[in-house]
Design a protein around this ligand. Structure first.
Ligand SMILES: [Zn+2]
Ligand SMILES: [Zn+2]
Length: 338
C-alpha cells in the first residue's frame, strides 16, 4: 500500500510512510538545556544538582522534558547511547523513537539547543581549598606508632576511593602522618562516621567522637567532627590484669581478646566494650614465647623439647609436631596460635 499523504512511498504506519508520519506528528523542541561539566573529575550538573556517573540517563530525562509532539497519543523515547554533547555547536544531538499502540518506530535524529559549560565542581573547589568536615585520628592504645596503623590505612584505602567514585561530595582532603599515628581529613562528616565505624567493627579499638564549632555555614552553626580511633596494639604474651586476676594475652580478634588464666590455663574472651570500660589494665611485661618440638604425649599431657638447650618440659594437652608455648614463671603453656 502506498502512503495516503504523498502517494509515493510505501505506507508503514497509520497509512503513511515514515517521512509523512513524522512530518504530521511534528516533534519540536522547546527551550535550551544547560549542562555543566567539571573538567577535573567529570562530575556534571543538569538542573541544580551535581552528580557523578549515568549522565546519559539524566540527560535523556531532561531532553524528554524539552521535546513535544502535536499528537497526545504518541510516546517519545530517547534511544540508548545516542546522546552526544556538541559543546562548540551549542546543542545536544540524539535519536528518538516514537511509540504508538504497541508499534515502535525509531532512530530519528534530532537536537536540542544547549549550553555546555566547563566549570570546576564544588567538590573540586573544596579539595583545592583543603576543605574538611571531619578528621579520623588513627592512634594506638600505647600512643606509639605501630604497624597496625599501616594495616588499617591499607584496609580503608579502597573504601575511601569507592566513596569518592560514587558520591560527588566524598573526598579525602589530606592524609597527615604524625609521630604517633595518622590524621585523615575528610570532606564529608558522614564519611567520618562510616569509616570510623568500619574500623571499629574490623579492628579491636576504641572510638571517641568530639565536635568543635568551626564557624557558620548556610545560616547554621558548622561543626567539625573528630573521630579518635585507638587501635589495640599489644602483642600476644602481654600480661593483662582484670579484677584481682592475671591473664596472658593469647590472640587479638576484631571484637574480642582471647586471654589465658595461667593458674588453670583456661581461656576467656574480653569484649571490646569491657576492655574499653576500664576494668582491665596491662603491663609492659611480655611473657616469653617460643617454638618447641613435641617429643611425646600421653594422658592428655605432652613433653616438649627446647631445640637449643634440649631441655624437656611437660605441658597440658595432647600436642603434635611443633608448638608455640609461653613460659610463665617456669610454667609452660601451649598457645593456640603459631
Ligand atoms: Zn508519504
Ligand atoms: Zn570536580
Amino acid at each position: 500500500m502506498k502512503c495516503i499523504v504523498c502517494g509515493k512511498r510505501e505506507a508503514s504506519i497509520h497509512g503513511q510512510c515514515e517521512e509523512c508520519f513524522l512530518n504530521h506528528i511534528q516533534v519540536t523542541s522547546t527551550g535550551s538545556i544547560e549542562v555543566t561539566i567539571c573538567p577535573k573529575c567529570e562530575a556534571f550538573k543538569i538542573g541544580n544538582n551535581w552528580s557523578k556517573g549515568k549522565m546519559e540517563q539524566q540527560l535523556s530525562r531532561k531532553i524528554l522534558s524539552h521535546i513535544e509532539t502535536k499528537d497526545p497519543n504518541l510516546e517519545l523515547e530517547i534511544e540508548k547511547n545516542s546522546v552526544v554533547l556538541k559543546r562548540i555547536e551549542g546543542k545536544i544531538e540524539f535519536l528518538f523513537d516514537v511509540k504508538t499502540e504497541g508499534q515502535k518506530m525509531g532512530g530519528y535524529p534530532m537536537s536540542v539547543p544547549s549550553r555546555i559549560l566547563l566549570n570546576s565542581c564544588p567538590t573540586c573547589n573544596k579539595i583545592t581549598g583543603s576543605y574538611y568536615e571531619s578528621i579520623i585520628q588513627l592512634r594506638t592504645l600505647t600512643a606509639e606508632y605501630s604497624p597496625i596503623i599501616d594495616k588499617v590505612l591499607d584496609n580503608i584505602s579502597g573504601m575511601l576511593q569507592k566513596m569518592h567514585n560514587n558520591e560527588s561530595d566524598s573526598f579525602v582532603s589530606k592524609i597527615q602522618p604524625m609521630k604517633e599515628g595518622v590524621d585523615i581529613y575528610l570532606g564529608k562528616k558522614n564519611d567520618g562516621i562510616k569509616v570510623s565505624k568500619y574500623i571499629h567493627d574490623h579492628f579491636f579499638s576504641e572510638t571517641t567522637t568530639t565536635k568543635k564549632l568551626a564557624g557558620r555555614k548556610e545560616g547554621g552553626d558548622f561543626y567539625r567532627y573528630t573521630f579518635l580511633v585507638r587501635l589495640f596494639n599489644l602483642k600476644p604474651g602481654t600480661v593483662i590484669w582484670g579484677k584481682d586476676k592475671t591473664y596472658i594475652l593469647e590472640k587479638v580478634g576484631a571484637n574480642a581478646l582471647t586471654v589465658i588464666d595461667p593458674s588453670n590455663e583456661k581461656r576467656y574472651d574480653i569484649l571490646q566494650n569491657d576492655f574499653n570500660s576500664g576494668s582491665y589494665s596491662y603491663s609492659q611485661e611480655n611473657v616469653e614465647s617460643r617454638k618447641y618440638i613435641v617429643v611425646s604425649n600421653e594422658n592428655n599431657e605432652s613433653t616438649i623439647m627446647d631445640n637449643e638447650s634440649f631441655a624437656l618440659h611437660t605441658v597440658k594437652g595432647s600436642h603434635h609436631g611443633e608448638v608455640r608455648a609461653f613460659n610463665y614463671k617456669g610454667k609452660y603453656i601451649v598457645s593456640s596460635t603459631q
